[in-house]
Design a protein around this ligand. Structure first.
Ligand SMILES: [Zn+2]
Length: 284
């Protein structure tokens, strides 16, 4: 489902990475938190050379800014963390766990690590006093809508024990991916916004900050409902992420909720799995 490889340049030099960093800073202004998203692993020296990451950390130290970056768990080592923290220790690390189910990690996501690898990295970060943000993926391919909801609920609960923040990320159909191929063949539908609400409502009792702002939300390639109720729900997700108040989660009265409930009931019995019949039969 991840199409970032299409847009990445393996020849980016440390100088060009720093130029991008400085270019980005120009419009940022005075901030207390700086996200440096490589859409990969900031701690991987092949991706962000030491010299570049050092300069970014120095910048954050001098400006007294918290740095947030992403990494796969295998790059989170005591040695690497000590190196960073010798420069600057106000750091939050985002880990893409996606699912706490090893079968889903292996067969639906091809993630290349197990839940226990994530757990080890998250515990090490906490030991070092760094904040952990965990990404949970809603509805990778080859599972039904109902299985996707259950998987995300158990993953959020699992991750909440080791995280300060959990971000629920519904799958969106990115270019050049297997998910796009399935989607074009009517064999994949991004999650319903009803499912997003369901996962968030079922996890309000975890004492972790929940974030959810679906990429491409309300569109065919992103988490969506019928088109009538999407905006209200997307707006409510934003308010919930900001306030953490479950009362902000939208519950519009819309006919499509019945369709979604029916799909949850019957999809497991359909041979071929998650077809998107509504899109197939719509008027072109
Ligand atoms: Zn609707």
């Amino acid at each position: 489902m991840c199409g970032y490889n299409v847009g990445s340049d393996p020849n980016a030099s440390p100088e060009s990475i720093l130029r991008q960093f400085e270019h980005g800073l120009r419009d940022v202004g005075d901030v207390r938190l700086l996200k440096v998203y490589t859409s990969g692993s900031f701690l991987d020296e092949c991706e962000v050379p030491l010299e570049a990451s050092r300069k970014m950390l120095l910048h954050c130290r001098d400006k007294n800014v918290r740095l947030l970056f992403e990494s796969r768990p295998e790059y989170v080592s005591p040695k690497r963390l000590d190196e960073l923290m010798a420069i600057h220790d106000d750091i939050e690390v985002a880990l893409g766990l996606e699912s706490s189910n090893d079968r889903i990690l292996k067969y639906s996501i091809n993630k290349g690590f197990k839940a226990e690898d994530y757990e080890k990295a998250a515990r090490l970060l906490a030991e070092k006093g760094l904040d952990v943000r965990t990404y949970v993926l809603l509805k990778p391919p080859f599972i039904t809508e109902s299985e996707a909801i259950s998987d995300s609920i158990s993953t959020v609960k699992f991750a909440a024990k080791m995280s300060d923040t959990v971000s629920l990320n519904p799958v969106n159909v990115q270019r050049g991916t297997l998910v796009e191929k399935l989607w074009r063949n009517w064999a994949y539908r991004p999650p319903w916004l009803w499912s997003v609400l369901e996962v968030l409502r079922a996890t309000t009792d975890t004492d972790v900050k929940m974030l959810c702002e679906p990429t491409g939300g309300g569109r065919e390639r992103g988490a969506h409902n019928c088109g009538e109720c999407d905006d209200v729900i997307l707006h409510s997700l934003k308010s919930y992420s900001l306030s953490q108040d479950p009362a902000k989660l939208g519950s519009p009265d819309c006919e499509c909720k019945e369709v979604w409930e029916t799909i949850l009931d019957v999809e497991g019995f359909v041979v071929g799995g998650t077809c998107d019949l509504q899109r197939f039969f719509r008027k072109h």
